[in-house]
Design a protein around this ligand. Structure first.
Ligand code: 4AD
Ligand code: MG
Length: 462
């Protein structure tokens, strides 16, 4: 047998040849004399058209009744049809039903809402939209590895279960084997974690950054790529409780180097995906987000704007726009502010840098003004923040003072402080939200629709 991808890629080679293909039925219509099956074996975006005739198919009646989603094997001759919409078709000599499907198959041929598709997350990879999303997801993952490996970055597998809160935001899922109905207590009434599985409190990682820093100070250039978990109760189209993050960390590097790397990576991902998933990207451009390809092309060929937080606040204040949330130096930028900057002011990705230290995590390097930190967020039109990064505080005394100020106990972070004691050169890194990157690339507007089986507050089905 042969994969349908191979037939599409090298159709001339198979003209007038007999081929055997497997696939699932995506469409079936017939008259008394002949019928058309449209089948897809998952290797190629476009389905294959199979023509079958009553005169030369022994089980014509069976095939004319075969249901959507049935698995079949087709033997037939490939006929090139350069004038038709489909570049070729298979004239069937034999069709075997490997596994029929029930007539109540939920994914009938009609438009379904995204909400309905989420309810059938186990079937949706069979649809056009989701097959395109998940193939692109796979290709982007590969492109990211390729980008870093070509530059000799070392891939670090950061632990999933950790004892430290990398972001200091307290948004962690706890990992415990203690019996909730019978919690051991210390003398002062607190839960006694010394009796827990690891002998202390542990949680699912929110970020592999701290571990990546340890490895960057050994290998110079490293990256992580793995699942991260956040128990933040934000029910938005951009937040998931389980998402994937790519976190490069580079030593002997500052914030500018960090942004250069991030910009090169995003452009590489776009270029690679356009080249390796043209059918899928055309589909998104046509059905999900008109103008997508033109926009991506523009992005690859422009340089991203870099603006400080202070400048951004001024621009927003002078814009004359009525925002729902206030704009004032020291306050967080909200989604509406970020969208205004990327979609109306710059119309391309931007880096906002040097945020007030109180908006950001403890590990970011304090700037000379004593008020801001060497942070950079990459914001993009349509999605908002896709990257958060910074130069790290490499000065032991400054870091310790900052942790004290924020009430972060050094307990559990000794190893992290050690990195500053023993050759802690300047270093920087960032985290790319993998799903946000996929949203940006495909035009999909909800993070639930770019994750295979999304986990969000009050929702972890499948
Ligand atoms: O900005 P964040 O919180 O930064 C960090 O975690 C740093 N440790 C990264 C680093 O410097 N190594 O998260 C990084 C990115 C965000 O820009 C966003 O794209 C994504 O991760 N992200 C989420 N994606 C989906 N759902 C969530 N709940 C997300 N939270 C963050
Ligand atoms: Mg962030």
């Amino acid at each position: 047998d042969i994969e349908i991808r191979e037939l599409f890629r090298n159709k001339e080679k198979y003209g007038d040849q007999e081929v055997v293909v497997h696939g699932w039925v995506r469409g079936n219509r017939s008259s008394n004399q002949f019928g058309f099956l449209s089948i897809n074996d998952g290797t190629f975006f476009t389905p294959l058209q199979v023509v079958y005739e009553a005169d030369n198919l022994a089980n014509f009646t069976e095939i004319s009744k075969v249901h959507l989603a049935a698995g079949v094997t087709v033997r037939g001759t490939l006929a090139l049809t350069p004038e038709a919409k489909q570049p070729f078709e298979i004239k069937a000599k034999e069709i075997v039903v490997e596994a029929d499907s029930q007539s109540d198959y939920p994914l009938q041929k009609k438009r379904h809402t995204m909400e309905f598709m989420r309810e059938i997350a186990h079937l949706r990879p069979r649809s056009n939209t989701f097959s395109a999303v998940y193939r692109v997801r796979s290709i982007v993952a590969y492109a990211i590895h390729k980008f870093f490996q070509e530059q000799n970055f070392v891939y670090v597998h950061a632990p999933i279960i950790t004892g430290s809160d990398a972001e200091g935001a307290g948004e962690m899922f706890q990992v415990t084997t203690l019996d909730p109905d019978n919690l051991p207590r210390t003398e002062d009434g607190k839960i006694d974690y010394s009796q827990d599985f690891f002998g202390k409190e542990t949680n699912l990682t929110v970020s592999g950054q701290l571990e990546a820093e340890a490895f960057a100070l050994a290998f110079r250039n490293v990256y992580t790529f793995g699942p991260t978990f956040r128990a933040e109760n934000s029910n938005t189209a951009r937040h998931a409780s389980e998402f994937w993050m790519i976190e490069p960390e580079i030593a002997f590097a500052d914030l500018q180097d960090d942004m250069d790397l991030a910009e090169a990576m995003v452009k590489y991902i776009i270029t690679y995906t356009l080249e390796h998933a043209p059918e899928e990207m055309n589909f998104f451009n046509q059905f999900i987000d008109k103008g997508l390809l033109e926009r991506l092309d523009h992005i690859v060929n422009s340089s991203f704007e870099r603006v400080t937080y202070t400048e951004a606040v001024e621009i927003l204040q002078k814009s004359g726009k009525e925002f729902q949330y206030p704009v004032e130096w020291g306050l967080e930028l909200q989604t509406e502010h970020e969208r205004y900057l990327t979609e109306e002011v710059y119309k391309k990705p931007i880096f906002v840098t040097d945020y007030p230290k109180d908006c950001k995590a403890f590990y970011m390097r304090l700037n000379d003004d004593g008020k801001t930190v060497a942070a950079c967020d990459m914001l993009v039109p349509g999605v908002g923040e896709i990257i958060g990064g910074s130069q790290r505080e490499e000065r032991l005394d400054v870091l310790e003072a900052r942790m004290k100020e924020l009430g972060i106990s050094e307990n559990g972070y000794e190893w992290y402080l050690d990195l500053r004691r023993y050759g802690g050169v300047k270093h920087a890194g960032y985290g790319l939200g993998f799903e946000r990157m996929i949203m940006y690339l495909t035009g999909m507007s909800n993070i639930r629709d770019v994750l295979p089986f999304p986990r969000t507050p009050k929702s972890a089905e499948f």
